[in-house]
Write a protein that binds this ligand. Structure first.
Ligand code: MTE
Length: 314
């Protein structure tokens, strides 16, 4: 086995997707060298910023749809710091991905500044095929590489008083032209409850399609909760703060009636300006029905019992 602490769901190595199909051969060789040196799967010392170690695909999360072409997912983006149109992938290449520090602070026993490489040596990386449903009614399926948010929280020791996680994303003047649009409440803030953060689906993403996460998709590190609309998935994270105050999120500050705190996917609750009943599959002309919790209800529906009075669906 390549992975140090196998979880119950992990496939024997022979049944896993061959890494060479997921990663380039050079990356696999480098990763193998790193594994040999470290004696376990970890972020290879030898690897540079542009490499990811070989990871296994977690078969527990089945997207039930084709994987979106890499070119589609990496050239049709929402990243307002680089502009409000979808074609920001070139402009986003100016974002310097290394060195990168993620601060985790607030109501934790051990607030820490993690250099990204150090952090990645302390967590268990895996690949997950997740659907992403944008509030604009398009969707995609991406093979993300990452680790569970709960793994990160264990490293800092959440205190009992913490009720929410506040996510803050990069805002770099001179690199991100969108910041000149001063009517937006930069930086981009998102948030979730501690219970949502602890859910097994809450995923910190550092790669896509077997490669390091490109800047236009939120490199070097973003967040993803696949049962929520995509705007909850803060890109290029610089800080996560555990707090007892519900974070006022970026889109909520702009348009609270349209983009709320919870933003769970629900086909029966239309956006004030359009239906959410179906979605356009990125890269095709196909429209498919949207599913409650984006199809992840079996994992997350129990998070919301007793919260019926909240606006859970916008
Ligand atoms: N994060 C930041 N910092 N800035 C953004 O504009 N857009 C969000 C989310 N995260 C956004 C962001 C929205 S609206 C969506 S749908 C997803 O990123 C899109 O992710 P993708 O470009 O990888 O498809």
């Amino acid at each position: 086995m390549l992975i140090r602490n196998p979880r119950g769901w992990e496939l024997p190595e022979r049944e896993a997707t061959p890494e060479a199909l997921v990663l380039g051969r050079r990356t696999v060789l480098k990763a193998a060298a790193g594994i040999a040196a470290a004696g376990s799967l970890a972020w290879p010392e030898a690897a540079g910023a542009a490499d990811l170690p070989a990871v296994m695909r977690n078969p527990r999360y089945r997207p039930e749809r084709d994987i979106t072409a890499e070119r589609e997912a990496t050239t049709y983006n929402n990243y307002y710091e680089f502009g409000s149109q979808k074609t920001i992938s070139q402009a986003a290449q100016r974002l310097p991905l290394r060195p990168w520090t993620l601060r985790v602070d607030g109501m934790v026993d051990q607030p820490r500044d993690f250099a990204l490489e150090d952090l990645l040596r302390q967590v268990q990386l895996e690949e997950r095929l997740y659907r992403l449903r944008c509030v604009e009614a398009w969707s995609m399926v991406v093979p993300w590489t990452g680790f569970m948010l709960s793994d990160l929280l264990k490293l800092v020791g959440p205190q009992g008083s913490a009720k929410y996680v506040r996510f803050e994303t990069a805002a770099i003047q001179g690199v991100m032209p969108g910041l000149r649009q001063s009517w937006y409440p930069w930086p981009y803030i998102e948030g979730c409850t501690i219970e949502e953060a602890a859910n097994e689906l809450s995923f910190m993403v550092v790669g896509a399609y077997g490669k390091p996460l490109p800047p236009q998709n939120g490199g070097p590190i973003r967040f993803h909760q696949p049962w929520k609309y995509g705007f909850k998935a803060g890109k290029s994270l610089v800080r996560m703060t555990l707090t007892d105050q519900r974070p006022k999120t970026f889109w909520e500050q702009i348009q609270p009636a349209e983009y709320g705190f919870w933003a769970n996917v629900n086909p029966e609750v239309p956006h004030p300006r359009w239906s959410q009943a179906s979605e356009r599959v990125l890269g095709s002309r196909e429209r498919v029905p949207t599913r409650l919790f984006n199809g992840y209800g079996e994992f997350v529906a129990n998070l919301y019992t007793g919260l019926q009075r909240e606006r859970l669906w916008t």
